[in-house]
Design a binder for this molecule. Structure first.
Ligand SMILES: C[S@@+](CC[C@H](N)C(=O)[O-])C[C@H]1O[C@@H](n2cnc3c(N)ncnc32)[C@H](O)[C@@H]1O
Length: 260
């Protein structure tokens, strides 16, 4: 069971990690240093922050949930990277204030700035995504990169229709910024053009767009069971599909890289 979950999770996260690794390679080459300052907005329990710290980067996680931040601390300790990971509790809508007061350099007129800001699976659940993105842009050093992952409304419509919930599919298409029904766990989703506009309105330049999980969320349950080669093939397929515009546009999640 644990192996099955691990296999599914590695397939689901493969594209996001490839894009992050590419962004990190781009930044370290441009900056001429191996260690980046990373901000993970809504970073939760550290699923991204801790592996980034294990690569040697300094990571600050901002999250509203004290429980998640406690889990982050434990995860960082287990991985031996406590010195590289810090958690700040607060609302991502107030990033500049939160980071200013959390920064030990505060009071010395030093500017808080990050090379890479990660904001994954957060814009769909915050009260208002616009101020979060303004804070993301403000937190980046000039030339820094933002990695933004959001739920794709088009994919949700497809998935609801495949599940036979045609009324819900229609609802998502007509109103991606609202829930399709009471059972919808996601307050809002975005079409690619909408999230791109929001990112650009915050003052960032979108430099790449990818689709994450084109197939992984629709392949039959059990199709990976006990077959590591099938998982490897699906990862390869996902990585290839991510940059094919017609497939990117129906992926479960949209992954944008934007530069300040
Ligand atoms: C779906 S999880 C995503 C976690 C992580 N970014 C990832 O991709 O695995 C959303 C996270 O955002 C946090 N969150 C929700 N609203 C927030 C807000 N207004 N400000 C900061 N964090 C928030 C939640 O506590 C949760 O940890």
């Amino acid at each position: 069971m644990a192996d099955r979950l691990r296999m599914r999770s590695s397939v689901r996260n493969a594209l996001v990690w490839r894009v992050l690794h590419d962004a990190i390679a781009d930044l370290t080459a441009a900056l001429g240093r191996d260690q980046l300052d990373v901000l993970d907005v809504g970073g939760g329990t550290g699923g991204i922050a801790v592996p980034l710290a294990e690569l040697g980067h300094r990571v600050t996680v901002v999250d509203t949930s004290p429980d998640s931040l406690a889990a982050l601390e434990r995860r960082a300790a287990d991985a031996g990277v406590t010195a590289l990971v810090s958690g700040v509790q607060g609302d991502a809508a107030n990033l500049p204030d939160l980071l200013q007061s959390a920064d030990p350099r505060h009071g010395e007129a030093a500017e808080v700035g990050f090379d890479l800001v990660v904001c994954h699976s957060v814009l769909e659940i915050v009260d208002d995504p616009a101020p979060v993105l303004v804070g993301v842009a403000h937190s980046l050093r000039p030339g820094g990169l933002a990695s933004i992952v959001t739920a794709n409304a088009v994919a949700a419509a497809l998935h609801r229709a495949i599940a036979g919930r045609f009324d819900e599919a229609l609802h998502v298409l007509r109103d991606p910024l609202g829930r399709y029904g009471q059972s919808d766990p996601t307050p809002r989703r975005f079409a690619l053009s909408d999230v791109r506009s929001l990112v650009e309105a915050a003052g960032l330049t979108v430099v790449a767009t990818h689709g994450a999980r084109v197939f992984a969320d629709v392949v039959p349950t059990g199709s990976l069971d006990g077959d590591p080669q099938a998982a490897a093939s699906l990862v390869e397929l996902e990585l290839e599909a991510a940059d094919v515009p017609a497939l990117r546009d129906i992926a479960s999640a949209l992954h944008l890289i934007a530069r300040r």
